[in-house]
Design a protein around this ligand. Structure first.
Ligand SMILES: Cc1cc2nc3c(=O)[nH]c(=O)nc-3n(C[C@H](O)[C@H](O)[C@H](O)COP(=O)(O)O)c2cc1C
Length: 205
């Protein structure tokens, strides 16, 4: 699908057709594209917790104000950001050293610079980074899913703590977003909401 068409066709699904299975293989094809997305210092802060199991989906629905599309979705995905992603800098940059792209001294600098960047800015910044990076990744997920023929809806209507308990998400992670994935029930689609003109949301200085 042409990119412009893809962006124009993506909608937040109001509901999904029931019984549309999505396989892990299909999801992994989407995630193979998602992994190419940008992240600060290439730290790849984002994790995707993918709920496919019907009983667990029902538990998620309860923690999501009973929203029906959580049940009809083929998959319910929690996009979480790692507040301590910077602690993996040494592993992530190791390949550059092994390939001889950077020498040992440059590698040590890269790791130390990244770690001190996050440590010096503190917990609030680390939390912002988790959410910022996970949110960017989530947008790429939704576009990649659309390109593969799957519809999505980004959602914040859920109880953070209940979801963290249910899915045993460690305190190290911030839940940025829930994304329901499925085949949109087009008959339930509402007209696209009002969009501000470009002049209202863009400033040139
Ligand atoms: C951060 C975020 C949270 C959202 N939360 C919900 C939600 O909880 N439930 C829902 O039905 N839609 C949710 N939406 C979808 C928006 O309502 C939708 O994107 C907006 O109305 C524009 O419609 P469109 O995506 O079809 O263009 C959310 C969207 C974003 C970006």
């Amino acid at each position: 699908m042409d990119f412009v068409e893809l962006v124009q066709d993506r909608r937040s699904a109001n509901n999904f057709l029931p019984d549309q299975e999505i396989s892990q293989k299909e999801l992994n094809e989407i995630f193979e594209l998602v992994k190419l997305g940008p992240s600060a210092f290439n730290l790849q802060h984002t994790r995707y917790i993918t709920v496919l199991e019907p009983d667990l989906k029902e538990e998620v629905r309860k923690a999501a104000n009973g929203q029906y599309k959580v049940s009809s979705a083929s998959a319910v995905i929690f996009v979480v950001g790692d507040k301590k992603a910077y602690q993996q800098a040494s592993e992530i940059y190791e390949g550059l050293k092994l390939l001889g792209i950077v020498n040992k001294q440059e590698y040590d600098h890269m790791v130390n610079d990244t770690v001190s960047f996050y440590e010096s800015r503190g917990a609030e910044f680390q939390r912002e980074e988790a959410i910022r990076n996970a949110s960017l990744s989530a947008m790429l997920f939704m576009l990649a899913a659309k390109e593969k023929g799957w519809d999505t809806c980004p959602m914040i209507g859920f109880d953070q703590e209940e979801i963290k308990d249910l899915l045993r998400i460690d305190e190290q992670y911030e839940v940025a977003l829930m994304i329901t994935v499925g085949k949109e029930k087009v008959s339930s689609r509402k007209p696209r909401g009002y969009r501000k003109p470009v002049s209202e949301f863009v400033t040139y200085i």
